[in-house]
Design a protein. Structure first.
Length: 89
């Protein structure tokens, strides 16, 4: 199994997470609503998973939108361990 780095958008509410999912899917940006990994203790418990191929599009849309998100993270796979880094726009 190939482990790939990915990005997460965390939210303060489930409603904000679900609204953002619909927003991105309406712009044809591929995201996936997932539980926030347990190594991150923030927000409502849901996040949007963003693949590296979609990061540029997501960053552009986040800066222009009125979406309510709380934190951005990059998850780096090191062997079987996930390392959490801040993702900044």
């Amino acid at each position: 199994m190939i482990m790939q780095d990915y990005y997460l958008i965390a939210f303060n509410s489930t409603h904000a997470a679900m609204s953002a999912e619909v927003f991105f899917k309406n712009t044809n940006v591929r995201v996936k609503l997932i539980p926030l990994p347990s190594v991150i203790s923030a927000g409502c418990g849901f996040s949007l998973k963003v693949l590296p191929s979609e990061v540029s599009a997501v960053e552009a849309l986040l800066t222009r939108s009125t979406l309510e998100w709380s934190e951005l993270y990059k998850i780096v796979k090191v062997g079987h361990v996930s390392k959490v880094e801040r993702w900044t726009l």
